[in-house]
Write a protein that binds this ligand. Sequence first.
Ligand SMILES: O=P(O)(O)OC[C@H]1O[C@H](OP(=O)(O)OP(=O)(O)O)[C@H](O)[C@@H]1O
Ligand SMILES: Nc1ncnc2[nH]cnc12
Length: 211
Amino acid sequence: MGEQENIKSGGGDKNNVVEEAMPAAAKENGRVAATDPRLQGISDAIRVVPHFPKPGIMFNDITALLLRPDVFKDAVDMFVERYRGMGIAAVAGIEARGFIFGPAIALAIGAKFIPLRKPKKLPGEVISETYELEYGRDCLEMHIGAIEQGERVVVVDDLVATGGTLSAAIRLLERAGADVVECACLIGVPKFKDFYKLNGTPVYILVESRK
Ligand SMILES: O=P(O)(O)OC[C@H]1O[C@H](OP(=O)(O)OP(=O)(O)O)[C@H](O)[C@@H]1O
Ligand SMILES: Nc1ncnc2[nH]cnc12
């Protein structure tokens, strides 16, 4: 598969899990144009590390992208352009890598930032959700009171593989009364796209993993 074919852009209705090929995305009103030259730079800046953290896992390393402020900014800008003016009250970032992108997006669109943390990190009263990963099992927690009933929320992370982490984040936020509008990730791992478990919430992906 050529580099250009790896680039995807998605988004869609609340009842669909969406990962759209370039031509479809390009036609859609308000979505990222698949011909946007920033996508190629973003895809190229992600390093793929074979067999990390376990044999067989092709690890998509966004720290290489973070060393390129121009590309880092392009990624943040693309999310900001999508969510600005949509009445988003909160950006919820998933520990750890959602903390890298989420706050920048939140500040730019004038939303609050809610950290969804790994267990026993938050000092206040929390609600929790456990989930399965490509390489293990984990749990997310959120402070009670971070969300008000009916607030519109975007969940941000670097990558979606099985969708287990995003699903746990959605469950947490919906239990607290949030309206989860969309999940936003830089990277989608295509081998899992039939297994996303996002409870009907769309996932918006900038690029597909290269391997
Ligand atoms: O779609 P999934 O199969 O749930 O996998 C995606 C999650 O896995 C990675 O985080 P990880 O749990 O490795 O934690 P880290 O960010 O703390 O390294 C990644 O940053 C996502 O949060
Ligand atoms: N292949 C992958 N690369 C980076 N982070 C991940 N989280 C789950 N799967 C991953």
